[in-house]
Design a protein around this ligand. Structure first.
Ligand code: AMP
Length: 572
């Protein structure tokens, strides 16, 4: 902390961690300004080759925390070694793609090859890619095991295994698969386990498969009362691809008089300045890569109120004293809780009402909850304003402008217009046409706004106790109860899936398909019963249709299957 804008040469703070300079360069290129707490602590340990248990949720920068040292160690290896060198196990297809993308971006200057493999995808291309040779394989456990059995995924060259989101993988029923994979990898490997929570089941895996692991836990001491400013805090849960549109919508609805939008990366600052500028906002950007002179110029504009929006990274905004803000908008959940507190502390000063709005990706919901716990303040999750909300709000602004004009008076010189038209048209029509022209001229005309999908926020522990079988009466059935076993009170609907044990279906295949295709978390999937020829799966009732639609087009164990609500079954 305490870093002020006076520093000239930009040190990303990553140089102290001992990473290969090419990796540091990659990070600068990506616009990272400094390591997050989990990175600062985990990277030096992992570089020594020690095993590690890291407690960190999505949104804390945990991917880079394991990926950077992994790539650094890979770069020191003999080029002729057996591939793959590292295996990263993740709970979902979505995460496999996300992690693979991150490792690829960090590892590009080293020429590292990265391959994501997950269920639901055809085997052929994955097998061929594995034959060509990949340095880092990112896999969901079920598919990894399948590929190991087919002898396509070789484990004898593996020197690093990462279990990412271990708690989530266990909740999805992957414990056995993980055990089996770990037992098959060479003993002299480095094993890294990341998990948002560390329940006893995780400790048991760590005891069995990790060697003298170092523990890294990001402090979450609650803030002392009174140190967190009282600000109205809300959040929207938004898929990554819709963030920019949501920011635009939020700005339209909130109409802030002066706001800071915080981002994690320099590139994001540049991108937002460009897009919002193109939309007609008076916007300026501020990040750690700018010279002092450039920063001064920006601040002058913002203070002089010739800009209403400032887009900034945490590093760049530190030490800035800005008085007149109405809004702080977090384009990302900050990787550090302390940053969140700093950010929101910039509104609501001197007794003025301030608003802090955070855009969080679905997976970052946990990090939001951790911030709530640490600050002792509620962050209300709200529905993203719809196109109809936006249109209503714009009409409201036009109405307010007209009202203001009436109150201001001095309308006499326009009487001639209204009177001359009144002979031909209804006065109401004349007024409506005038309102339309005003509405259009202030840029409030309806454009081609798209509806932004509302995402179900991930629930904390949505499990309830498993219910007994009931419906299927076809011989012995394999049952899976979701982890946790806590009461969830959510209304669940049972779905019939037309494939069962005879087709080789296992609980984790169903969880994998549902999370992968329909975007649910493992925790949202309830009881699973697998009979010979069919399976029954519980999902939250409000998501049942989404799951049915998503699975109808999907393949389970390589084939398409019937999926419908259970009570539609003729026999029941
Ligand atoms: P993760 O918790 O690994 O899912 O990372 C969350 C997000 O933070 C990703 O979009 C990363 O690109 C970003 N990120 C990770 N580390 C940093 C950092 N040191 N500075 C800025 N952004 C980061």
């Amino acid at each position: 902390m305490g870093e002020k804008g006076s520093k000239k040469a930009v040190d990303t703070g990553f140089s102290a961690l001992g990473l290969d300079p090419r990796l540091q360069e990659a990070l600068t290129g990506l616009g990272y300004e400094e390591p997050s707490p989990i990175q600062r602590e985990a990277i030096p340990i992992l570089l020594t080759g020690k095993d590690l248990i890291g407690q960190a949720a999505t949104g804390t920068g945990k991917t880079a925390a394991f990926a950077l040292p992994l790539l650094h160690r890979l770069s020191l290896e003999d080029k002729k070694r057996i591939r793959p060198y590292a295996l990263v196990l993740v709970p979902t297809r979505e995460l496999a793609m996300q992690v693979a993308e991150a490792v690829h971006r960090y590892g590009r200057p080293l020429g590292a090859s990265v391959l994501p493999v997950y269920g639901g995808q055809a085997y052929g291309p994955q097998i061929r890619a594995l034959e060509r040779g990949s340095d880092v394989v990112i896999a969901t456990p079920g598919r990894a095991l399948d590929l190991i059995k087919r002898k396509s995924l070789r484990l004898d060259g593996i020197r690093i295994v990462v279990l990412d989101e271990a708690d989530e993988m266990l909740d999805m029923g992957f414990a056995e698969d993980i055990e089996s994979i770990l037992s098959d990898t060479p003993k002299e490997r480095q094993t890294v386990l990341f998990s948002a929570t560390l329940p006893p089941r995780i400790a048991a895996i760590a005891r069995k498969h990790l060697t003298e692991p170092q523990k890294v836990q990001i402090q979450r001491e609650p803030s002392a009362p009174g140190t967190v400013p009282l600000v109205k805090q809300t959040a929207y849960i938004v898929p990554r691809g819709h963030k920019l549109a949501t920011l635009g919508r939020v700005l339209d609805i909130e109409n802030p008089s002066a706001a800071i939008v915080f981002c994690r990366r320099r590139n994001e600052v540049d991108e937002l300045v460009e897009t919002l500028g193109a939309r007609g906002c008076r916007v300026e950007g501020l990040h750690g890569g700018m010279t002092q002179e450039q920063r001064n110029r920006v601040m002058k504009k913002f203070r002089g109120e010739t800009a209403d929006l400032l887009i900034a990274t945490d590093v760049a905004a530190r030490g800035l004293d800005i008085q007149h803000l109405s809004h702080v908008i977090n384009f990302d959940v900050p990787v550090e809780i302390e940053s969140y507190v700093h950010r929101i502390g910039r509104v609501g000063r001197a007794g003025r009402e301030g608003v802090a709005i955070t855009l969080a990706e679905p997976r970052e919901h946990r990090q939001l909850r951790m911030i709530e716990q640490a600050t002792g303040q509620k962050i209300a999750i709200e529905k993203i304003p719809t196109v109809a909300d936006l249109r209503a709000r714009r009409l409201e602004l036009t109405r307010a402008s007209i009202r203001e004009a009436i109150v201001d008076g001095e309308l006499e010189r326009y009487r001639v217009i209204v009177e001359s038209l009144a002979g031909e048209f209804d006065v109401m029509d004349v007024a409506m046409a005038a309102a339309k022209l005003l509405h259009q001229s202030i840029g409030s005309e309806d454009g081609d706004e798209e509806e932004i999908p509302d995402v179900e926020p991930f629930r904390e522990r949505p499990f309830r106790d498993g219910r007994g079988g009931g419906a299927g009466r076809g011989g012995p059935r394999e049952r899976r109860r979701p982890g946790g076993g806590e009461s969830r009170g959510a209304d669940m609907t049972r779905l019939f899936v037309g494939a069962g044990r005879a087709a080789g279906v296992r609980p984790q295949d169903l969880v994998g398909a549902i999370t992968g295709e329909a975007g649910l978390t493992g925790r949202q999937v309830g009881d699973i019963d697998i009979a010979d020829r069919f399976s029954l799966v519980e999902v939250p009732s409000e998501l049942a249709d989404t799951v049915i639609d998503a699975l109808r087009g999907a393949r389970i164990k390589g084939r398409s299957v019937t999926v419908r609500r259970e009570r539609e079954r003729g026999k029941d």
